[in-house]
Ligand binder design. Sequence first.
Ligand SMILES: Nc1nc2c(ncn2[C@@H]2O[C@H](COP(=O)(O)OP(=O)(O)OP(=O)(O)O)[C@@H](O)[C@H]2O)c(=O)[nH]1
Ligand SMILES: [Mg+2]
Length: 264
Amino acid sequence: MTLVDSDFWGSPQGGLRESIQEMEPEMDGDFSISGFLDSERRKDLLRFTTAGSVDDGKSTLIGRLLYDSRNVYEDHIRAVTVAHPGQGRSSIDFAQLTDGLRAEREQGITIDVAYRYFSTERRKFIIADTPGHEQYTRNMATGASTADLAIILIDARKGILTQSRRHVYIASLLGIRRLVAAINKMDLVGFSAEVFHRIEREFRELVRQVGNGRSGETEVEAIPVSALEGDNVVAASARMPWYRGPALLRHLEEAPAAYPSGLS
Ligand SMILES: Nc1nc2c(ncn2[C@@H]2O[C@H](COP(=O)(O)OP(=O)(O)OP(=O)(O)O)[C@@H](O)[C@H]2O)c(=O)[nH]1
Ligand SMILES: [Mg+2]
């Protein structure tokens, strides 16, 4: 008996794909499995992590990113939709799209690292959403240890906090050379350009200090966002016309990946 039954598997290049193509007439609508697998195989992979102080909006940002890029199942959306009977409306708790543990949902904080996979037309992504609470800093380091890029969330009302500094330092120690400063909750500071530019300056200075003055080695992109309301996450925000850079998803799609297509 051979380990590989060549009648079933055929050649490594063609056999499985031909078997799938034979099954395709039974598939629904226009969806083609072999076409889908081919296009997924050609995409490269970016692994990134979130970081930052507790409650800065990391899980909300990832929930919003998955939702606006249509990477969430409808039953999952239904499960995290909260009704507001007095106001006659409902809203989605975006952090709960990411926070999976019951203790996380009850306490409204992230404890464990949540890994999420998603893809767009251009690229595949693996996200590690990590906790901001000081007690779980070890989990942040675990999530960051496999990342090519880190999104450091900063609450625009609070600016850079001790835990934000600690996470920039850990990301640097782990060799992450691409950082995004996502200056979040811009809706709570009147979408102020001044607030954004001040925090961006402080962040760049922090990265320079952490890198012992060698800021050139670490690439920093600062993006003003409202994770809750979706500004500059997937779609560019009309409420911050003074910002001319990319929305977060476009930056993630264009940042150099560690694994070119075909190797991931
Ligand atoms: N107004 C406003 N509120 C936000 C925004 N982003 C997040 N929030 C709120 O901030 C709170 C904390 O959000 P989370 O996403 O849980 O924060 P986190 O950084 O994941 O918290 P930990 O994982 O526990 O560190 C929630 O009540 C969110 O609704 C934003 O852009 N605007
Ligand atoms: Mg969280």
